[in-house]
Design a protein. Structure first.
Length: 122
């Protein structure tokens, strides 16, 4: 018996069995139903994998996409080693071109002074 999913060559008539057609429709519906789920998963993976948690150490409210300098971890490994190992949490300060060369981040959300925010490290 021929494979139900054989490709058709140019000029060859298309002959689909009811079973093949129904399987194609089921597959198309499944893809359509799962598209939002896959989009959400992809978005979440990007956010978790590529962002770090920063605390606004400036005295100013910072806008979304504001650039900040990365100062130092807010967690002390001598007092809470498991938490220090499990999450990146850094104080951010006003960026200085010489001090923060290669140590900066772009805020994903606006941030008030001493507030936590997600950011993309540079």
């Amino acid at each position: 018996m021929a494979d139900a999913f054989d490709k058709v060559r140019q000029g060859q008539p298309l002959k689909l069995s009811a079973r093949t057609w129904n399987e194609l429709i089921d597959a198309a519906r499944t893809v359509q139903e799962l598209r939002p789920v896959f989009a959400q998963i992809a978005k979440q993976q990007w956010r978790d994998a590529d962002t770090i948690k920063v605390r606004n150490g400036t005295c100013n409210n910072l806008p979304r996409f504001g650039i900040v300098g990365l100062d130092w971890s807010t967690l002390d490994p001598s007092t809470n080693l498991p938490e220090w190992r499990n999450q990146i949490a850094i104080d951010c300060v006003a960026v200085d071109a010489t001090t923060h060369r290669g140590r900066f981040a772009i805020l994903g959300d606006g941030s008030r002074s001493r507030q936590w925010s997600r950011s993309l490290p540079g």
